[in-house]
Design a protein around this ligand. Structure first.
Ligand SMILES: *Cc1c(COP(=O)(O)O)cnc(C)c1O
Length: 401
């Protein structure tokens, strides 16, 4: 007789599916969608009545979870959404999000454009080639397809040369199944501090304006005009046009130090993890790979269940701090793939299972993505979208204030 596989032990039904069922066991991201909605409202209030707010929710909502962010931003007054890829756009549609969605990345394949038509997504076009593909797809389906034209005014990334703008708008106007609903460009240096600004933003704006006046002179309509990312939105109203595309600021982070006081924004994300083991070690003991930290006294070392495979940059080894009960504790030794160590010698209250905050606020202490990025030579955007699939994103209660 063959033995049947052993039955799994009885367990309570998990509260959710996927990673969320592991909830706050090891390491997680708390996402305060109330803060996202409040940030959208604050941004909305800072705009003219004729300027719309697009919430940029690419890269899984900058690591916060795209669907939850999209819903909160729409509730707070955003009227459209921006994503980078087709799959990101379809994820929103499949979750029932109906708002207009602009795909900011370039879609070059017919199959990709076919999905845009099917899911009512606006592709960004940089050339007539894609416009003709859209025309063929749309006319074959008997529907029209809304698209936006991107112009390169000084970024050398996506977009047609800005000088081509009027000719392209005219040519797209001849395509009966293509509906040009927007024309936009992207700024390369909007976050430069005033003393480092070499006028590139002004140059880009002049080029964009030149295209718009030429369209007006020829009686051509390019639809909704937009140029500003978060930095440009916070920097100057003249950059706003008909719509602003806001990513980082929506999440409560400032795109640059000098722009941090412009609006009251609430960070929406906290990164937390639990202490999984506490060790007493002697003086002179090397901690973690390479012994890059050696204890100078008998020490209490706390192992925390989070590492670089979760998105904590290994470059922060020996420089990171975490918050516990409103105090800062130093991280020591190399950050490893799945865990990192703290020196808890001066913090006897820290216990097995205690929760520490890696990013976020406790009492009067706060650690922001910008603090991390400054220490490891990158930008807050990269920190936020570096959080991996292994970290569940969980809805957090808004602090009552
Ligand atoms: C990502 C992106 C934005 C948003 O940028 P933030 O600096 O995060 O506000 C706006 N426009 C385009 C084209 C983008 O790719």
């Amino acid at each position: 007789m063959t033995s049947s596989p052993k039955a799994l032990p009885d367990a309570p039904a998990p509260p959710g599916e996927g990673l969320d069922q592991f909830g706050r066991m090891r390491a997680w991201v708390d996402v305060d969608s109330g803060a996202i909605a409040a940030n959208a409202r604050a941004l909305r209030r800072s705009l003219a009545a004729t300027t719309a707010l697009m919430a940029v929710v690419k890269a899984d909502g900058y690591g916060h979870g795209a669907v939850a962010v999209a819903r909160a931003a729409l509730e707070g007054g955003a009227t459209s959404l921006g994503v980078a890829t087709l799959a990101e756009a379809v994820e929103l549609r499949q979750a029932g999000v109906e708002a207009p969605v602009l795909v900011l990345g370039n879609l070059s394949q017919v199959e990709e454009l076919r999905h845009c038509l099917r899911w009512r997504l606006m592709p960004t076009l940089s050339s007539m080639r894609e416009a003709l593909l859209c025309q063929n797809l749309a006319s074959a389906s008997g529907r029209s397809m809304a698209v936006q034209l991107k112009l390169d005014t000084g970024m050398a990334r996506l977009g047609a040369d800005w000088q081509e703008g009027p000719r392209l708008v005219a040519a797209m106007g001849d395509l009966d199944a293509v509906d040009l609903v927007g024309i936009y460009s992207h700024l390369a240096c909007a976050d430069a501090p005033p003393e480092a600004d070499d006028g590139l933003t002004t140059t880009q704006q002049r080029r964009f304006d030149a295209v718009l006046s030429s369209l007006a002179e020829q009686g051509l309509a390019g639809g909704c005009r937009h140029l500003a990312n978060s930095a440009a939105t916070l920097r100057c109203r003249s950059l706003h046009y008909d719509l602003v595309r806001v990513g980082l600021a929506l999440y409560g982070q400032a795109p640059a130090e000098h722009l941090s006081g412009c609006l009251e924004l609430r960070p929406a994300l906290q990164l937390r993890a639990r202490v999984t083991l506490l060790r007493e070690v002697a003086a002179g003991v090397g901690v973690s790979y390479g012994h890059r930290f050696v204890t100078s006294r008998p020490s209490r070392i706390a192992v925390v269940g989070i590492g670089y495979a979760d998105g904590v940059p290994r470059l922060l080894s020996n420089q990171l701090e975490v918050l516990f009960a409103g105090r800062r504790l130093p991280q020591v030794g190399a950050i490893t793939m799945d865990q990192l160590m703290l020196d808890a010698t001066d913090c006897p209250e820290l216990e097995m299972g205690s929760v520490v905050t890696l990013l976020g606020r406790e009492a009067n202490e706060e650690i922001s993505p910008a603090d991390w990025s400054a220490r490891c030579g990158t930008i807050p955007w990269e920190i936020l979208c570096g959080f991996k699939h292994r970290l569940p994103r969980l809805p957090a209660e808004s602090p009552t204030d």
